[in-house]
Design a protein. Sequence first.
Length: 578
Amino acid sequence: MEPTDPTNKPVKRVSSGSLKSPPSSDFQYPTPRRKSWFRWELETSEYDLLFLSTSMKLLLFPSYRSTDFEVHRNWMAITHSLPMSQWYYDTTSEWTLDYPPFFAYFEKLLSIPASFIDPKMVDLNNLDYAPWTVVAYQRSTVILSELVLGAALLRFIRGSVDPSTQRIISASLFLHPGFLIVDHIHFQYNGFMFGIMLWSILMARNGNKLASGILFAVLLNFKHIYMYLAPAYFVYLLRSFCISPSGKLEIKNFLSLANAVIAVFIVSFGPWIVMGQIPQVLSRLFPFTRGLNHAYWASNFWALVTAADRVLLRYVSRTGADVAINISGVASTSRGLVGDTVFAVLPTIKPIHTFILTAGLQSIALIKLWFTPTYKSFLTSLTLCGYASYLFGWHVHEKAILLVLVPLSLLAAERHAYFRTFIIASVAGIFSLFPLIFTPGESIVKVLYSVLWVVFVYVPLTRRVYEFPISLSFVIIDTLEKIYLAGFPLLQLFVTLFPMLVAHRQQSAAAPADTCVSTADFICPEPDPHAGGVAAMEFLPLMLTSVYCAIGLLWGFCRLMFVYLNEETTYQGPLSRI
């Protein structure tokens, strides 16, 4: 019996080995599609998305840029002008090279065309050099290097059994507001490096675990912040690649993986090993003299602790309660710029405390990963490792939230429990990046773009995974989460209007013209806690942003951990089909 199509017409078979014409006049070959340089077919919608995305990023060329722009220009100058033996010793600029060697090689590569476009761009002594040629070149390198991310996301779609759902997730990652804010406005190369990470995850999904481990080793040598994810990789590759289901050590696989990873590190650090400069390189990579919090409090657990210390200090100051106050903590306010972070009322937190807490929480997820070394378990554990390091790590930068949001996006369509966690963490995480961009024009862009992105992701995915709450406890949780999400427009309104109120009050009081204004890169010294009026609370919008976002992110972590630990190990879910 011949196979039939949905219209019940017979489908004629064509021998794969025949070079003759089709056997019937009504037979038609599929219309060939255009192919990219990477030899992958691109849908028209994908071309359109790439075109619109690139056009928008080109329009952002003249937008605000942070000191990171000069950091990377200086790194190009260091790697171009100096021999390798001096790369990690140079102090011509305060923005010294503090990324691993692969990123230094990357900057060296970028410096070659830069030297032809504008030789002054790679002049080591030409600090803060930023004419239009430099701006256009450096921002173009971000766009071009981000194609690594785009290529990985295309491969996720091509290898998916449910391409329509994966296309939404891939598009949401390529258009992620975090990359727009941090890379294309603030200026960094996160899209490029997260592209490498996604290639590594893709290899794990496809069962090529040796390639996954090699790519992650490469990633570590580009930026060492990804070491927070290393425990999940270690457990997953050891358990699923190096140990058989019967518990026997696979010597061949173990040696292949170990030798490959060692080879990557030798290629990276080899020159500095030969020169005997490893201690100097490590001192640049791990500056432990920094405080608990970054200049702008990352929206993590320590932001809540720091805010609690501020509240307790005011309470003790106003009521005269018999509580010992650390005077250095009153002046410090936990800025986290250089030196130890000191609290005024609460006990001081040391690096060892954050390490124990982070490692302990990661271990909870890793134990389950050890007993269920599946791809889905690996992806969830990987997300939780990044999540724990962000929430409880030492001197966490606000931009590290991308370590959570990127892998969590791959879980968004798994089922409603994961999707709701993804939405809460994404809204809170993206909003926590808003203070990085404080100029008026770019502030409008970040808000409108983020709102459109949330709508673009939320509407199609919620149709696929929404589950109506069926118990009273779920109804209460669902309602509270919706109330929390509804608070973000109000918070944005307050953050926008409060500085105007402060400025108006200061003008009315004939404030000095050089009154300090808090920004993402610098927070003004906190006013005397005994002072009154609005001027004494200029730090309030930043603090409220950190605290409010931290509440959602902490809840998202607890939510994801609970779902992961209570999920049946036999559950396959849609993830296996995406």
